[in-house]
Write a protein that binds this ligand. Sequence first.
Ligand SMILES: Cc1cc2nc3c(=O)[nH]c(=O)nc-3n(C[C@H](O)[C@H](O)[C@H](O)COP(=O)(O)OP(=O)(O)OC[C@H]3O[C@@H](n4cnc5c(N)ncnc54)[C@H](O)[C@@H]3O)c2cc1C
Length: 442
Amino acid sequence: MFDVHIVGGGLAGSEAAWQLAEAGYRVRLSEMRGGGDTTAAHETDRLAEMVCSNSFRSDDAEHNAVGLLHQEMRALGSLIMRAADQSRVPAGSALAVDREGFAAEVTRAIERHPDVSVVRERIDALPDHPTIIATGPLTGSNLADAIAAETGEGALAFFDAIAPIVHRDSIDMDVAWMAARWEKGGKDYINCPLDKEQYEAFVQALRDGDKTEFKDWEKDTPYFEGCMPIEVMAERGVETLRYGPMKGVGLDNPRTGRWPYAVVQLRQDNALGTLWNMVGFQTKLKHGEQVRIFRTIPGLENAEFARLGGIHRNSFINSPRLLDRQLRLKSKPNIRFAGQITGCEGYLESASIGLIAARFAAAELSGIDLPSPPPETALGALLGHITGGADAETFQPMNVNFGLMPPIAGRSKRADRKKAYTDRAREALARWLERVPARELA
Ligand SMILES: Cc1cc2nc3c(=O)[nH]c(=O)nc-3n(C[C@H](O)[C@H](O)[C@H](O)COP(=O)(O)OP(=O)(O)OC[C@H]3O[C@@H](n4cnc5c(N)ncnc54)[C@H](O)[C@@H]3O)c2cc1C
C-alpha cells in the first residue's frame, strides 16, 4: 500500500520520495534501472545518479541564484543537498561532489526509509492513482508515448533546441531598437543591426567556433528538420543566415532610416519582460564561444546571458500549457510532473522541482492548501516560470537565474543588485515558511 507513486528514481524522484516520506506518507518509488532497463546516459543502478558533471554549480547564496536555491533547499530539508554536502570535494565556491558517494548516500537514505518502497520496475502507462512522474530527460519510450497520447500533439518534445537568453537590462538600447518587421503588430522585437563587414565577420566566427559534438546515441536526431543550428546555416553559405533568422528586410533602423544589412532579433521570453531570447539562434557552439561570438553583435557587447544555447536529447513537456501552478496535469490531475521533464534544466533545478511537487502532493493529501513559494525566491521563480511565466509557444528548458524573479527597481552595481535579490529572497522564504503548515515541515 502506498499514498503516492513516484516514477523515476533520479534527482527529482529521490528528493520527492524523501519529502513525502518525511511528511509521513507512504511512497512507492518505481525505478527502471536495476529491473532490466537503463537509459543511454546512466551507468549504475543507484538512485540520483549524476550522468555527467559532478557539480551542483555555485554555492554562493549571496550573489548567485543557483547558490540561493541550494540555501532554500537546505532550509526545506532536502536529501539531495544533505547528501551533496556530505560528499563534497574541493571546488572553490562551487558545490562539487564525489558522485559515487553522493548517489550511494541518497540510495541508502531512501532504501532505509520505512515509508518508501523502492521497486525496480519500468512503468509504461500513466497510473490512475496519485502519482509524480519524474522520469527525466531520457524517459522510457512507452511512457513517453503514453504522455504524448494524453497531452496531445507537440506537447512532449524529445529534443531541446535552445537559443541563448539575454538579460534585458544588459542590452545596449542606444544601438538596438524595438520594432516588428514591416511594422506589423506592436514593437515587439529588440533588433540589433549589423553592417556587411560585421555580418561577414560574424558568419566566419560561427564557422570557426568550437562546437560540442553529439553523443553517439544523439546522432540520429530529427532536429535538423525544424531548428537548424546557426553554425550549420553559416556553413551552408555566407548568405544563408541573411535569408533566414538574420534577414534585415522590413526593419527600418530609426538611426539610419534604412534596413540593416543583417539583424539579430530578440523576443520577450517571460511575462516579467526581464529575459529575451535570440530568435532562431539555437546552437551547439561551446558556451565560452557563444559568449565571445555573440558579444560581437552590436548592442550585445555587454550582454549577460541567463542561459546559453544548446541542443540535446531531452524529453520535456510544455509545462506552461499543460500543468497547473501545483505541477498537476490539467487533463489528469492525479498526475504531477517533476524534474527535468517539466522543462527545468540541471541536477539542482530538477531536484528542487521534485521537492516542491512532493510538498504540494503531501499538502493535498492532508487537505491543506499550500501556497506556492513566492516569486522572489529562487524556488518560486523557477516554479512560476515553468508553470506559467514562460511563453508556451517558445518554451524551452530553463536554469534558475535572477531574470526569473521580479526585477528590483533602481540602478545599482551588479554585485549589489545580486545581493539585493538574495536578501529579498531570504525574507520572502522566511515569510512563506511561516505559512507552511507544520506537518509539511516534518
Ligand atoms: C547526457 C546528459 C548529460 C547531462 N549533464 C548534466 C550536467 O552536467 N549537469 C547538470 O546539472 N545536468 C545535466 N544533465 C541533465 C540532468 O540529467 C538532469 O538535470 C537531471 O538528472 C534530471 O533529474 P531528473 O530526476 O528529472 O531525471 P533523471 O536524473 O534522469 O532521473 C530519471 C529516472 O527515471 C528513470 N526512468 C525513466 N523512464 C522510466 C520509466 N518508464 N519507468 C521507471 N523509471 C524510469 C531513469 O532510469 C532515471 O533514473 C544531463 C543530461 C544528460 C542526458
